[in-house]
Design a protein around this ligand. Structure first.
Ligand code: ATP
Length: 613
């Protein structure tokens, strides 16, 4: 009993999701109502022309049968006019449909990407990048076409059926009724296939996306694949995935093949009916030969849209499946939408507060901050202050939560407990976009975009002048290198900057931070992955960048930590020690142990480092 109630509730939920998706797909077409109107008008002209062609055929055949030359000529002229009108309207219909399809799809893709760029990071974390790419590249066009193309098709098919049947009724009542009966069987034979196809389309899409993710991971991890000789294993895995895809694709193709072809059996029996019953009516003297020919033409012209209508339903299932994927992303909340604004805040007040808060004049404070990724508690009861104009460093073992803390300052994630404030204003009430406009972030592994060296620096501040870009790259110590490349600032750096060394990539990202001239600088140990030579060059650039600027730095290198104004030492998501380097060394606690261990290591590898400390 309980089980059947659950099944019923499930199916009600599913059908409401389907109807909801359908209604939302329809709404996507709202801005293009004018286009639809023109296209429907053209579709109506094409449908009328089809009737005109059947009628001209009837006239020509009857004129020939009755050996009437003047009727033959007028029938020919009538046919010619109809053919010209039909050709013109068909051309315009196809062309304008294509333009509309491009316009509407690209607009949808743009808004989908805009949404992805602004959603909360915790939501983005749930998706694989290949899945998101496929939602933009595949789901958006398929869902949009399900509305644009299919709405026009639906209208033009219905129109064609109506005009043709009206014309046939005017020719012979009984023969037309039989035709209608046979035609109505076409969609009926499709019904058993449609609902099964919808769920199978969804499954197939999921497997397709998983395959794309696999390919993307394999291609991006090409170096590791080669280094660990993973090719045979991955090939094997991919073969299994292809087989899995085949296992779902095969029944879908079989169902589609039966579903699409069933109507043709009905159509053939219909033609047989028109020929035999029409022939009988001619013998009886109740119909002329030209009318039978017109009936044959019209029957073919009616069954075509009728079977298209039936297929339309099947195709709509695929569009609905894609629409569901599309709306899932479009429904994700944007960062600014989650801003905590109460009714007393006027927009103006918020702006003033924001500007004050992000002016870099106020300390950033954490009060009892806690954070978890899903169920994984990463930060617990964190209390700290980041003083303006000073360098605050975070040290601690790997996994203690330093990068996560930096992400909270970046407002990439929101704390689950406690509050982070800039001055007196909680970060949760500042627009993340406005907040980030005034800060720069340099990570351990800088992300570079496909493009030129110039473009990659300019991402720091797209409106920067050429001189500012040069100055920034000089400060970051990358200018000389750039000038040695073949096209200098216009040299392309390949996908994610793979043509550059680690040090060059890092200096480029520091130049990006320089050009931004941020009020708040966040550094996630940018020298951690560099050798000692590069570390020195990048280190000098960083010292200049940090000068007189509120800086938060995650430091593994002792040289970076030692120079900080204030140090927080973290363990297992909590701050266990805080103070200056000297204070913490005097304390002889965890920080002291870390320094001692590092010095011993440095002693073995590079004696110079000992002097640094
Ligand atoms: N996006 C994420 N989703 C889930 N868990 C995460 C995510 N990012 C980090 N973690 C987990 O949070 C914990 C803290 O990670 P975090 O990167 O903040 O530590 P860290 O101190 O910066 O480490 P490291 O010094 O090695 O960079 C780790 O256990 C990590 O596995």
């Amino acid at each position: 009993m309980n089980g059947s109630t659950n099944i019923e509730a499930d199916s009600i939920k599913k059908s409401s999701v389907v109807s909801n998706t359908f209604m939302r797909l329809l709404k996507l077409g709202k801005p293009y109502l004018g286009w639809y109107l023109i296209l429907c008008l053209l579709a109506a002209v094409v449908s009328l022309a089809t009737v005109g062609i059947a009628e001209s055929l009837r006239r020509i055949i009857n004129a020939a049968t009755n050996q009437n030359m003047s009727f033959l000529i007028s029938g020919g002229i009538f046919a010619l006019v109809i053919v010209i009108v039909d050709a013109l309207a068909s051309f315009l219909l196809t062309y304008l449909s294509g333009v509309l399809e491009f316009k509407s799809t690209s607009k949808l893709q743009v808004s989908l990407l805009a949404r992805l760029l602004n959603v909360q990071m915790k939501d983005l974390d749930r998706y694989h990048s290949a899945d998101l790419i496929s939602r933009i590249n595949d789901s958006a066009p398929a869902a949009q076409q399900g509305i644009n193309q299919k709405t026009i098709e639906l209208f033009s098919n219905l129109m064609q059926i109506t005009f043709l049947l009206t014309y046939l009724l005017s020719l012979q009542y009984a023969l037309t009724l039989g035709t209608i009966l046979i035609c109505s069987l076409v969609p009926l034979v499709m019904i058993p296939f449609t609902s099964r196809l919808r769920s199978m389309h969804e499954q197939r899409q999921q497997i397709e996306t998983a395959q794309q993710m696999f390919i993307q991971d394999t291609v991006q991890g090409a170096e590791v694949v080669r280094a660990f000789s993973l090719a045979p294993k991955l090939q094997n895995q991919f073969t299994q995935r292809v087989r899995q895809y085949f296992n779902i694709h095969l029944p879908v193709t079989r169902l589609e093949a039966v579903g699409y072809n069933m109507p043709f059996a009905v159509i053939l029996s219909g033609l047989l009916y028109v020929l035999s019953y029409g022939g009988y009516l001619v013998i009886q003297g109740r119909l002329d030969v030209g009318a039978v020919a017109a009936f044959l033409i019209c029957f073919e012209q009616i069954t075509n849209p009728v079977s298209k209508l039936a297929n339309l339903w099947t195709e709509l299932q695929a569009s609905l499946a894609q629409g569901k994927r599309l709306f899932e992303v479009l429904d994700l909340q944007e960062e600014d939408e989650s801003l905590e604004c109460n009714r007393d805040d006027s927009h103006h007040e918020m702006l003033i507060n924001n500007n004050q808060a992000i002016s870099g004049l106020y300390p950033i404070t954490f009060e009892n901050v806690g954070f978890h990724y899903g169920n994984h508690q990463v930060l617990t009861n964190v209390n700290l202050t980041i003083e303006p104009g000073k360098v605050t460093a975070f040290a601690g073992p790997s996994g203690s939560g330093k990068s996560t803390l930096l992400q909270l300052i970046l407002a990439t994630y929101e704390p689950n407990e406690g509050v982070i404030q800039s001055g007196k204003l909680p970060l949760s009430r500042i627009s993340p976009r406005a907040w980030r406009n005034h800060l720069a972030y340099v990570s351990q592994e800088p992300y570079l975009f496909t493009g030129t060296l110039y473009e990659n620096i300019a991402w720091g501040r797209p409106d920067a002048t050429y001189e500012e870009i040069i100055k920034a790259s000089k400060s970051a110590g990358i200018h000389d290198y750039i000038m040695r490349t073949p096209l200098q600032y216009q040299t392309s750096i390949g996908e994610r900057g793979h043509t550059l060394s680690g040090g060059e990539r890092q200096r480029l990202s520091i130049a990006r931070a320089f050009v931004r001239a941020p009020k708040l600088l966040l550094l996630d140990e940018p020298t951690a992955a560099l050798d000692s030579h590069n570390e020195e060059i990048v280190g000098q650039a960083l010292q200049e960048l940090m000068h007189d600027r509120t800086t938060v730095v995650i430091a593994h290198r002792l040289s970076t930590i030692r120079n900080a104004d204030h140090i927080y030492y973290m363990e297992a998501g909590s701050i266990v020690e805080a103070g200056t380097h000297l204070e913490l060394m005097t304390l002889q606690g965890q920080y002291y142990n870390m320094v001692e261990t590092s010095m011993k290591k440095a002693d073995i590898s590079t004696p110079v480092r000992e002097e640094e400390l």
